[in-house]
Design a binder for this molecule. Structure first.
Ligand code: 5AD
Ligand code: SF4
Length: 440
C-alpha cells in the first residue's frame, strides 16, 4: 500500500480547494503528506486556463523521475486531465491515473485499479455530486478556508475553456454548504471564502423551502457563531443581483472587497468575447456597489491582445482602468485555447504587441494598487492574522480590503483578529501597529 502523498495544485483557488479535498481523501485512506521529492504518490492538480498548460504538465511529469530512474505513482487531476484525457497516459507512460475535476472523489478506487497494473481514467461529469462522497472537513491548518459553492460555467466567453473543462453551472445544495461551513469553523476557520467559477450565479432552496441566491447564503453564514469574515470569488457582472449588492451594505461579516472581472474596456471586444456587459454598464454596476459600500476594494481580470484588438480598443481598456481605480487586478495576454471560438478568429495579435500592451496595463494597475495602499495609511481596521512574518515577533494578516499587513506583536496569535493602525504602505503590502484596544 502506498504510504505518502503529495498534492501539487496549479491555477485558481477552486483548484486549491479541490487539492485540499484530495489531500483529505488520501488521509482518510491512511496516507500521510510529504514532500514531492519523496512521496510515493504525486497528484498533479492541473490548470488549463492559459498558455502551454499541457506542456507544463508534461515537463512537470518528466521532473518527477528520480535519479535511479524510478517514478512515484502519478495521478494527473484537474482541467488538463479533463481536456487531454487518455492522451496524457499515451504521451507520458509514467502516469498511472487521469482524473477530471468532477470525478476526483473516485481517486482511491482509481489508485487501486492502477496498482493492479492498468491505467485508470475517469473524466466523466456525473450527475451526482462528488461532494457527497468526500470525507467531512476536519481541523484546518489556516484560519482562512475555501468553500466551493458553485462549479462550472454557462457563459461561454469565446476565449475561455472553463465551460468545457468544468462543465455546466451547478450549485451545491444549501444544507451541504451550511454543514461544511460549520465543520470548517469547528476546525478553526475564522474566515470563509465562497468559491465558484460564477459564484454569484449560485442558487438553491433553503431549509425552509425558500429560493435563495448567494446573498441569502452569505446572510445565513454570517449568523454562524465563530465566523468573523466572509468573502466570495469569482463573480460575473451579469449575475450581480440587487440583493447581493445590498448585502455589501448590510452584512458586517461580508468583507468590502469585490473581484469582478471586466476583461476589456472596449465594447467591440466585449461583444466579440461574448461578455454580457459594456464598459458603461460595468462602471454603472461599480457605482451601485460603491453607493452601498463606499470603501469597497475593487479587483478585476483583464485580457490584452484578444483577436482583432486595435490600439483604440486597448486605449478604451486603459480608460476604464483610470475610471475604476482598482485596489488590485490580474491581467493576462490572450492565449488561444483549443476548441474555443476565439482560437479560430481572424486577426490574432502578434506577441510583441501583446507584450507591450500588457506592460502598459500592468504599470497602470500597479500604480493604482500602490495608490490604494497609500490611501489606506491612517486607517484603523481589524486584521486577521494568517502567518508568521520574516522577522521575529512579526505576524502577517489581511485587512478587510484583502491587503497583507505586517505587524510586530506580543501576545497575539495566528487566527486572532487584531485591531491595528495602518502606518506605512508599499506596492504589495502595508505595515500596521497594534491599536490600543484588542478586537473582540
Ligand atoms: N487567455 C488569456 N486569459 C484568459 N483568461 C481566461 N481564458 C483566457 C485565455 N484564453 C483569464 C480571464 C479570466 C481569468 C481567470 O483568466 O481574465 O477571468
Ligand atoms: Fe484553471 Fe479554470 Fe480549471 Fe481553475 S477552472 S484550474 S483556472 S482551467
Amino acid at each position: 500500500m502506498t504510504q505518502t502523498y503529495h498534492v501539487k495544485s496549479f491555477g485558481c483557488q477552486m483548484n486549491v480547494y479541490d487539492g485540499e479535498r484530495m489531500a483529505e481523501l488520501m488521509e482518510a485512506e491512511g496516507m500521510t503528506a510529504s514532500d514531492k521529492a519523496d512521496a510515493d504518490l504525486v497528484i498533479l492538480n492541473t490548470c488549463h486556463i492559459r498558455e502551454r498548460a499541457a506542456e507544463k504538465v508534461y515537463s512537470e511529469i518528466g521532473r518527477l523521475r528520480r535519479e535511479d530512474g524510478s517514478t512515484p505513482m502519478i495521478a494527473v487531476a484537474g482541467c488538463v486531465a479533463q481536456a487531454e484525457g487518455t492522451e496524457i497516459a499515451r504521451r507520458a507512460p509514467s502516469v498511472d491515473v487521469v482524473v477530471g475535476p468532477q470525478a476526483y472523489h473516485r481517486l482511491p478506487e482509481l489508485l487501486r485499479e492502477a496498482k493492479g497494473g492498468k491505467k485508470a481514467l475517469d473524466t466523466g461529469m456525473p450527475a451526482a455530486s462528488k461532494f457527497a462522497a468526500l470525507p467531512k472537513r476536519g481541523v484546518q491548518t489556516r484560519p482562512t478556508a475555501f468553500l466551493t459553492v458553485q462549479e462550472g460555467c454557462d457563459k461561454f466567453c469565446t476565449y475561455c475553456v472553463v465551460p468545457y473543462t468544468r462543465g455546466a453551472e451547478i450549485s451545491r445544495p444549501w444544507g451541504a454548504l451550511i454543514d461544511e461551513a460549520k465543520a470548517l469553523i469547528d476546525g478553526g476557520a475564522r474566515e470563509i471564502t465562497l468559491l465558484g467559477q460564477n459564484v454569484n450565479a449560485w442558487e438553491a432552496v433553503d431549509d425552509k423551502g425558500r429560493a435563495q441566491g448567494l446573498d441569502g447564503l452569505i446572510r445565513a453564514l454570517a449568523e454562524l457563531p465563530g465566523l468573523a469574515r466572509i468573502r466570495y470569488t469569482t463573480s460575473h457582472p451579469g449575475d450581480m443581483s440587487e440583493s447581493l449588492i445590498a448585502a455589501h451594505g448590510e452584512v458586517e461579516a461580508l468583507m468590502p472587497f469585490l473581484h469582478l472581472p471586466v476583461q476589456s474596456g472596449s465594447d467591440r471586444i466585449l461583444k466579440a468575447m461574448n461578455r454580457s456587459h459594456t464598459a458603461a454598464s460595468y462602471l454603472k454596476l461599480l457605482d451601485r456597489v460603491r453607493a452601498v459600500r463606499p470603501d469597497i476594494a475593487l479587483s478585476g481580470d483583464f485580457i490584452v491582445g484578444f483577436p482583432g484588438e486595435t490600439d483604440r480598443d486597448f486605449e478604451d481598456t486603459l480608460t476604464l482602468v483610470r475610471a475604476t481605480r482598482y485596489a488590485q487586478a490580474y491581467s493576462f495576454k490572450y492565449s488561444p485555447r483549443p476548441g474555443t471560438p476565439a482560437a479560430e478568429m481572424a486577426d490574432q495579435i502578434p506577441p510583441e504587441i501583446m507584450d507591450e500592451r500588457l506592460q502598459r496595463l500592468q504599470a497602470a494597475l500597479n500604480a493604482d494598487q500602490h495608490a490604494f495602499n497609500r490611501a489606506s495609511v491612517g486607517r484603523r481596521c481589524d486584521i486577521l492574522l494568517e502567518r508568521k512574518g520574516r522577522k521575529a515577533r512579526q505576524l502577517v494578516g489581511k485587512s478587510p480590503w484583502l491587503q497583507s499587513v505586517h505587524v510586530d506583536v506580543d501576545g497575539a496569535a495566528i487566527g486572532d483578529l487584531l485591531t491595528v493602525d495602518l502606518v506605512d504602505a508599499g506596492p504589495n503590502s502595508l505595515a500596521g501597529e497594534p491599536a490600543m484596544r484588542k478586537a473582540a
